[in-house]
Design a protein. Structure first.
Length: 229
């Protein structure tokens, strides 16, 4: 009996510490390779042409598309896609509203001026699992968690040249530990939490790239510091 209990404890500990690695991307190609971030849960590439990385005047957030396997889940996938678009819009408004006009409504032809460099953010949900609310709330330790993979591209509206591309995968428990948050029973709630985390981390990362290009003409200041030493 004691041995069985030890196995259960080890299993639960392992589940609680699991990082969700990015599944093979389907929306974006893996060629060229992910040269900027290549972590288990976040993979990102940026153009080697710094002129493509320059801060735009306008950023338009497209509606979130759904892969076929995600569409099959029905309303929960559509609701998650809508909330993710809103999250990315708010994330970029919070990070760069002083320098860039962020749009998710309206006609881009209204802004079709040679002086307005416009970039498009394409987003797609390529993997989604609802998990199990009772397992999340009553047991935890990674059991019943939701699972979301989001892939995206940032490209020039006129030339269609890619500036950045990324794939991020997040699991979420809805902060259900110790029974403090009964909303964790809701899968849409947990998926929204993942969408918010993705939007916050990626909008901050893109802002840092734009800031570094403005100041140092390099996307990654750590590379510059290493070279100078």
């Amino acid at each position: 009996m004691k041995n069985h209990l030890q196995y259960v404890i080890l299993l639960l500990t392992g589940l609680s510490g699991c990082v969700a690695p990015v599944l093979p991307p389907t929306k974006i190609s893996e060629v060229p390779p992910f040269n900027f971030r290549n972590e288990p849960s976040l993979k990102m590439r940026i153009s080697t042409d710094t002129s493509r990385l320059c801060r735009p005047r306008i950023l338009y957030v497209n509606p979130v598309s759904l892969s076929d396997n995600v569409k099959a889940l029905g309303s929960i996938s559509r609701e998650t896609g809508t909330s993710i678009r809103d999250d990315f819009y708010r994330g970029f408004v919070r990070e760069v509203f002083k320098d860039i006009l962020i749009l998710k409504e309206g006609n881009l032809e209204w802004y079709d001026d040679p002086e307005n460099r416009i970039m498009i953010l394409d987003l797609s949900i390529t993997h989604l699992k609802k998990g199990n609310g009772l397992l999340r709330y009553m047991i935890g330790f990674g059991l019943g968690q939701t699972d979301l993979q989001l892939e995206g591209r940032l490209y020039d509206h006129r030339t269609a040249e890619e500036a950045m591309a990324f794939a991020i995968r997040l699991r979420h428990m809805g902060n259900s530990y110790q029974g403090l948050n009964p909303r964790a029973l809701s899968s849409p709630y947990c998926l929204r939490m993942s969408g918010q985390e993705a939007a916050i981390s990626l909008s901050k990362l893109v802002r840092e790239i734009w800031d570094n290009i403005d100041r140092k003409k390099m996307a990654d200041p750590w590379r510059l510091a290493a070279w100078e030493r």
